[in-house]
Structure formats: structure tokens, C-alpha cells
Design a protein around this ligand. Structure first.
Ligand code: ZN
Ligand code: ZN
Length: 377
């Protein structure tokens, strides 16, 4: 447990997580910026942003952030849970939440209400628009909470660290149990089972296990193909633990690898090391991406690297910043990102190596403890 239990009130320690002060502080930051954005309120309905600002872990809720207060809306299924998780005013809607949200907008005489256009359906927006008073307008605001979420608090980093540890332990346990004749699906199921046994809520994404030539598909789904001697196996896995994601890719090889596998593996490993070496506050994400590409270029493999070098992670498995060729952002202390160059060669296979790292004042810390040697099984 990372929470200092003698300092945290019993009730909150029992919930095993961030205390209400942190959610309250985050809402204060949003509320303090409303006037700058010429908004009277901001309406949050996207689950990761909702959790970030309220602590709510259920599937149906909305939060209206106003100066000095916030109202959380949910349905009767979550009455007890919202009471336990959410520290601001909770309104339990009898029907669709949109009715109660519109009623609050009318009652509080709100004029300009920001919403998250990338995170809601057209239907929902139309419905809300049809119910609010004519004087009120809904204003699209993109990526506001996602921007705040990029820099992780020490408590959030602790959760990511635990998620990473669970993920790596699950990998070790599952690989150790792997037997000849096991299929990609067997290994994926074992990885996910182990992850849950070790404390994860669920996988952070569909676990990728792809063997032989199929390893050249960056987002392959596990099949009933058995893992065959003489073949590469890519394992890309992540856990959600206490709401926070981890992400790791490691390569297995069944048998003894030939020179092409060894050389390609070395190229990706060196590319990954070069990118990690470049990670520090102030550096552009495009620069980090370029370091990986330069190494692969020196091996004649740059064209086989078909995705970006990495991505942020936290309450979502993919969140800003993106670490890609065309990205404009700069790294800042407290960002949690992945570094995952890969090469994909049709008819041969694919090799990717991925760690979760945190940007620190002097560079970065690699959280993933798993060895990066090509794992021979
Ligand atoms: Zn991954
Ligand atoms: Zn990733």
C-alpha cells in the first residue's frame, strides 16, 4: 500500500486510493479556468475524465463543474457507489440523466456550457440541446481534461507502477507455464488470468499474442495457431489496476534464433534504447521518435517501422501525448509514456519491444522490470 494510512482517514484508506482532496483540487483547477474560457460550467461525461474529476468508477454518470461547486448525476443503480466514491453533490436521476442535467442548467441560469465533443454521441448532444433553455448554449471544448491528465500526481504514478509490476509478474508466471503445443489463445488467456489473480481489474486492452509470420501484424488477435519451434512470438499486454494502465511488449522465440532474427532484434532493442535515452523534460516528442527511427534506418529497417514510437497512458491505455513523427508536443516531468519501436516484415515476422516509462526531472525512469533479452523458450 502506498497510501500513508496513518495520515489518510480510515474511510478513504479503505477505498484504497486517491483521497477526495485530490478530486476536489482537480475540479478547482477546472473551475478556476472557466472564466478564461468564457464558460459558466463544464459538462464531463467521458468515463476516464469523470473518474479523474470525481473518483466515480461506474459506467453512467455526468459531472457539471461550476465555479465553487460541482454536481454529479447518475442513475439509481449507482446510488450507493456514488455516495461512497464522489465527494461533491450527487443527483440521482429517475430517468435519462440528460433530463436532470438540462433541469440544472435551467435552474442555475447557465448560459455557456462547455462539453466534450470528441467524447459523446450526436444523439446525446441533440437530446441535451433540445431540453435546455433557448438562452443557454453548448460550447465544444476539446482535450481540456486530457491535457490536465498528462501530468501524473505522485499517487497516480504509484498506481501506474503497481499496474506495471502486476503486468510483468503475470508475464513471468504465464510464460513459465507455457508448454509445447500451446496456442496463441492459451497463452493470452493465461496472461489475463494471471493478471487478474495478481490484482488487476482487467486487461487494459485485448492481449496480443501472435506467432510466426503473424507477428508482423502489429495489432494481431490471438488465434488457435500453436506456438511452433523456430518462430517468433510477440506478446503485447497491459493491465488496469486501481484504474491505471500498464503496457509492455516482449518477444519470445521457440528454439534457437538464426542471424536474421538476432540482427533484427538487436536493431529494435537499440532503437528502443536510443529513444529512452532521449526522454527528458523539455524535449519534443518528435525528437524522441526520431532517435528510434535513426537507429532503424542504420539497419535499413526504417520503412518497416509503421507506427509511432509511443503514447501516454494512465486512466486510458492510449492518451496524450503521442510520441510520433509529426507530433508537436514536448515532454514534461510526471508524464507516463510508452516507448515501443517495432519492425514488421511480411513473410518473416515482427519484433516490438515496449516499456512504460515516467519522465523525471533528469531524464526518465523505466518502470517495466522485465528483462529485454529475447526470451528463448
Ligand atoms: Zn503495448
Ligand atoms: Zn503501447
Amino acid at each position: 500500500m502506498a497510501i500513508n494510512s496513518h495520515k489518510a482517514p480510515q474511510r478513504e484508506a479503505a477505498r484504497g486510493g486517491l483521497n477526495h482532496d485530490e478530486f476536489w483540487e482537480r475540479r478547482q483547477i477546472v473551475a478556476a479556468d472557466l472564466a478564461n474560457r468564457k464558460l459558466d460550467a463544464f459538462l464531463v461525461s467521458f468515463s476516464a475524465n469523470l473518474r479523474y474529476l470525481s473518483g466515480f468508477t461506474g459506467s453512467n454518470g455526468s459531472l457539471l463543474v461550476l465555479p465553487g461547486r460541482a454536481i454529479f448525476f447518475t442513475d439509481p443503480r449507482y446510488q450507493i457507489q456514488a455516495g461512497q466514491e464522489v465527494s461533491c453533490q450527487v443527483k440521482i436521476a429517475k430517468g435519462p440523466l440528460v433530463e436532470d442535467i438540462a433541469a440544472a442548467i435551467a435552474r442555475l441560469r447557465l448560459r455557456r456550457i462547455g462539453y466534450e465533443p470528441a467524447r459523446m454521441t450526436c444523439d446525446w448532444l441533440d437530446s441535451l440541446r433540445s431540453k435546455i433553455p433557448a438562452r443557454a448554449s453548448l460550447e465544444p471544448v476539446n482535450g481540456w481534461i486530457e491535457q490536465l491528465r498528462m501530468i501524473k500526481s505522485p499517487q497516480e504514478l504509484e498506481r501506474i507502477r503497481r499496474s506495471v509490476e502486476t503486468n510483468s509478474r503475470a508475464f513471468e508466471q504465464a510464460v513459465k507455464r507455457m508448454r509445447a503445443g500451446a496456442t496463441e489463445k492459451d497463452l493470452a488467456a493465461e496472461l489475463e488470468y494471471r493478471m487478474r489473480r495478481l490484482g488487476a481489474e482487467k486487461p487494459a486492452f485485448e492481449t496480443i499474442v501472435a506467432s510466426g509470420e503473424r507477428s508482423a501484424l502489429p495489432h494481431a488477435q490471438p488465434t488457435v495457431a500453436s506456438l511452433k519451434p523456430g518462430g517468433l512470438v510477440v506478446v503485447d499486454m497491459g493491465a488496469f489496476q486501481d484504474g491505471y494502465a500498464s503496457d509492455m511488449t516482449r518477444m519470445l522465440f521457440l528454439g534457437s534464433p538464426g542471424p536474421k532474427v538476432r540482427r533484427t532484434y538487436r536493431a529494435v532493442l537499440e532503437a528502443q534504447a536510443a529513444a529512452i535515452q532521449a526522454v527528458r523534460p523539455g524535449v519534443s516528442t518528435a525528437h524522441v521518435d526520431r532517435q528510434a527511427r535513426k537507429v532503424l534506418d542504420s539497419f535499413g529497417l526504417e520503412k518497416a517501422f509503421v507506427h509511432s514510437t509511443g503514447h501516454g497512458l494512465g486512466l486510458e491505455i492510449h492518451e496524450p501525448p503521442r510520441i510520433g513523427k509529426k507530433d508537436k508536443g514536448r515532454l514534461e516531468t510526471g508524464m507516463a509514456i510508452t516507448i515501443e519501436p517495432g519492425v514488421y516484415l511480411e513473410g518473416f515476422g515482427g519484433i516490438r519491444i515496449e516499456d512504460t516509462v515516467v519522465v523525471t526531472a533528469n531524464g526518465c525512469e523505466i518502470l517495466t522490470p522485465t528483462s529485454k533479452d529475447l526470451r528463448l523458450v
